[in-house]
Design a protein around this ligand. Structure first.
Ligand SMILES: Nc1nc2c(c(=O)[nH]1)N[C@H]1C(S)=C(S)[C@@H](COP(=O)(O)O)O[C@H]1N2
Ligand SMILES: [Mo]
Length: 507
């Protein structure tokens, strides 16, 4: 009991501070909430192998695991602060000040931080310290009473009651504050914008195989199920009215556009399949969508590239950066600053109001979300986020194929069925897709509609499934006749490779 109460006081003080900071951050800048600010800093400081392990182990839950870990470590340290304050309140208080000070520093050291980003941590500090001092008093008064009255048992009981009431009060207020902050940041929605029709539209999308082969990924990925990958713990909600796109660096005429100015430029519409470099063989970090935007080459021509830059360094509103090889964006492909996805404006999650899309390259070298600046520079002069973390600078998407149906380790009924899925070889185009059943020969599959070399291709193979356990493999060849690599490679540093194998039971 003597230890439990002080430790609990420290934990409650931290919870109260964190909750109050979260509430205030909901009004100022959700990303500056103490736990999120520390979490973001941890993400940036995590060595690449550990990050890879986390993504491989926790998948899209990696962020929840990270925030949970930050919270647990913080509460453990706060418990220590509470224990220390039993003897020396000033030292316990100092410890809390240090913890919240670190959170403040984390918020201020974010690339695009503003001075107000320190406010949530300062509030957390004040509320945390006040709570600790108050709970310490409650505890002390109780034991003091006990000594004076000599009725120790009775005193301890009333002290315990007082502390319990205080603890419950702190917990309830903290829950309210945290929920308030959460509601407030969740309620922030991006503005609706009206987009013009493309001057260079895409052809209507053909009917996909999903209508005839159940289980095959739809030809176009609905935005709501499109994968999401970024370093952000909170989704930036960009104010489109004050947003600008700046083009600078090694150019003759640097310029800045408002969203209205950008959206008034000639717009192209293209079907492009995006893939994340962290996608494992057979994985889901891939999506195919219709993008609307301004050709990147047009913007670069307008600025007039000068000198010999070799990269386009793009910067997001939160300071995150991506390097795209200049030679790639100028080789005629439809790299664009996209403002529309699947017929409407970009959603906040996918980069509203504007993002980069570079056909053929993994997202980390060509798909900057919440884009705000394009700088013509050299790899020698400036390095982007992932480049500094030793990922590849030139990262074309590797040819690969995935079995969507039957699902891995599933049980299906014997008889006529189909093996089906998608294959991709962006900017080279899928030539053929072959499937192997057990140790049989590689068999040609039938391909779905052709939506161009930057888009994935659906495929299927009719199969008369016989009872038993079966091993299915798939491989793709691009249009130049190059077979996908069968060497097993993990994502770091330039994308996974290998043949997907699926085991199914036929009953
Ligand atoms: N601002 C910003 N843009 C970003 C990232 C990021 O972390 N921050 N991640 C990139 C990566 S690794 C990929 S794969 C794509 C994913 O885009 P999506 O979430 O719209 O699918 O965004 C890219 N653009
Ligand atoms: Mo990615």
């Amino acid at each position: 009991m003597t230890r439990l109460r002080p430790a609990l006081s420290g934990i409650l003080a931290a919870i109260a501070g964190i909750a109050a900071g979260h509430l205030v951050a909901g009004f100022l800048d959700p990303a500056a909430s103490p736990v999120l600010a520390v979490g973001s800093t941890v993400i940036d400081l995590t060595p690449t192998p550990l990050k890879e392990w986390a993504i491989a182990t926790f998948g899209t839950n990696d962020k929840a695991v990270l925030q949970g870990s930050v919270l647990i470590v913080t509460l453990a340290l706060a418990a220590v602060a509470g224990l220390v304050s039993r003897r020396r309140l000033a030292i316990g208080v100092g410890f809390l000040v240090l913890l919240t000070g670190l959170a403040g520093a984390a918020a201020l050291l974010r690339p695009a931080a503003r001075p107000v980003d320190a406010v949530p941590a300062v509030v957390a500090m004040a509320v945390g310290v006040a709570t600790l001092v108050w709970l310490a008093r409650l505890t002390r008064t109780a034991s003091g009473d006990a000594a004076r009255r000599t009725a120790r048992a009775a005193g301890a009981t009333s002290g315990r009651r007082g502390f319990l009431a205080g603890a419950l009060g702190v917990t309830a207020l903290s829950i309210l504050a945290a929920a308030g902050g959460q509601l407030r940041s969740g309620a922030q929605a991006v503005k609706k914008v009206v987009l013009a029709r493309p001057t260079d539209p895409a052809a209507p999308l053909p009917t996909g195989l999903e209508s005839t082969v159940p289980g095959v990924s739809p030809l176009r990925t609905p935005t709501a199920s499109f994968y999401r990958v970024d370093t952000n713990l909170t989704v930036p909600k960009v104010d489109v009215d004050s947003w600008t796109l700046e083009v600078d660096g090694m150019v003759e005429r640097p310029f800045t556009l408002t969203f209205a100015e950008l959206a008034a430029l000639p717009l192209i519409e293209r079907d492009i399949t995006m893939t994340c470099v962290s996608n494992e063989v057979g994985g889901g970090y891939i999506g195919a969508a219709r993008w609307l935007g301004v050709r990147l080459a047009d913007l670069l021509d307008h600025a007039g590239v000068t000198g010999s830059p070799d990269q386009v360094l793009s910067t997001a509103v939160d300071g995150f950066t991506i390097s795209t090889p200049l030679a790639v964006v100028r080789d005629g492909r439809d790299a664009m600053v996209a403002i529309g996805m699947n017929g409407t404006q970009l959603t906040d999650v996918h980069g509203f109001p504007a993002r980069l899309i570079t056909p053929g390259l993994y997202g980390f070298v060509g798909a900057t979300k919440w884009l705000t600046k394009l700088t013509l520079t050299t790899y020698a002069a400036e390095q982007a986020y992932w480049t500094r973390r030793k990922w590849a600078t030139d990262a074309p998407i590797k040819t690969s194929a995935r079995i969507d149906t039957p699902a891995p380790l599933s049980t299906i009924t014997a008889g006529r069925t189909a093996i089906g899925g998608v294959a991709w070889a962006q900017h080279r185009g899928v030539g053929t897709v072959e499937v192997k059943i057990d140790d049989g020969p590689w068999q040609q599959t039938r391909l779905g509609p052709d939506v161009g070399i930057d888009y994935w291709r659906q495929w299927y193979l009719p199969w008369d499934a016989t009872p038993g356990l079966h091993r299915l493999s798939v491989r793709a060849t691009d249009r130049a006749g190059r077979l996908q690599s069968s060497d097993r490679a993990t994502p770091f540093p330039d994308g996974s490779s290998g043949i997907q194998e699926v085991v199914v039971t036929v009953a």
